[in-house]
Design a protein around this ligand. Structure first.
Ligand code: C5P
Length: 232
């Protein structure tokens, strides 16, 4: 899988995201569309951005019974997204059904990655509310292994976990890592961050970068800096 920078397009309307993408004249960045934009603008926004020549990671984090996820994934595959995701907590049956739904008649399918435990879930909450007693680190690695066994391509994880995921699940298992910040930039609400260069060193396959690019005075320059540091 090729290394790439994915821009998290966390905008709330079609107009905002398209005017942001209009700034890019010479390159067509890989973009992440999340729930907010998808629910606000609908599948048409995916078709429109795709038509403009961008690759799309549709970050909807599916989690439901296997049959429902299979049918929903079939719709997403027909939208021609390049990457999408689900919660590994849905178990192997759901993940296998997702792959079945995503696989097109010609055998191709978007990259499918799993969310293990959300970074907003602390070990304490996992124990007290979800009744999962193990250390969060082993839960994350176990869910990653479940995803691999079910045939998924990789996981979303912190850049700090990417190395271990590769050790446990193999180097071809994709790590998609948010929480990236420039060495001289604002951290914002992220806690454990890494620079694009550090993410490269540690072996992330894709970095997801939002505000350091979308809120920059010159987003195109910030994107180029990310690519330069991460892809080289
Ligand atoms: O603006 P920023 O670079 O923090 O954006 C990171 C993106 O990655 C956001 O879309 C955020 O929802 C997503 N994300 C994250 N941490 C996770 C999972 C996803 O920041 N653990």
């Amino acid at each position: 899988m090729g290394k790439d920078v994915i821009i998290a397009c966390d905008f709330s309307s079609k107009e905002e995201v398209l005017s942001f993408l209009d700034k890019f004249k010479d390159e067509k960045p890989f973009v992440k569309i999340g729930m907010e934009l998808f629910y606000a603008a609908g599948p048409d926004i995916v078709r429109e951005i795709k038509q403009r020549g961008h690759k799309i990671f549709l970050d909807l984090k599916l989690h439901d019974i296997p049959n429902t996820v299979m049918k929903a994934m079939k719709v997403l595959a027909n939208l021609d997204v390049d990457m999408t995701n689900l919660h590994a907590a849905g178990t192997a049956a759901m993940m296998e059904a997702a792959i079945k739904g995503l696989t097109r008649e010609d055998g191709t399918r978007p990259i499918l990655i799993a969310v293990t435990q959300l970074t907003s879930t602390s070990e304490e909450r996992m124990r007290d509310e979800l009744l999962i007693e193990r250390p969060i680190d082993s839960v994350v690695m176990h869910y990653a292994m479940n995803a691999k066994k079910a045939g998924l391509d990789g996981v979303v994880c912190s850049p700090l976990e990417a190395h271990k995921v590769h050790d446990i699940c193999g180097h071809s298992f994709v790590t998609v890592t948010p929480g990236v910040r420039f060495a001289d930039g604002e951290i914002g609400d992220q806690v454990r961050v890494m620079t694009p260069a550090q993410a490269k060193e540690i072996g992330s396959d894709y970095i997801v970068v939002g505000r350091p690019i979308t809120q920059a005075d010159d987003p195109v320059a910030a994107y180029r800096r990310c690519v330069e540091e991460f892809v080289g």
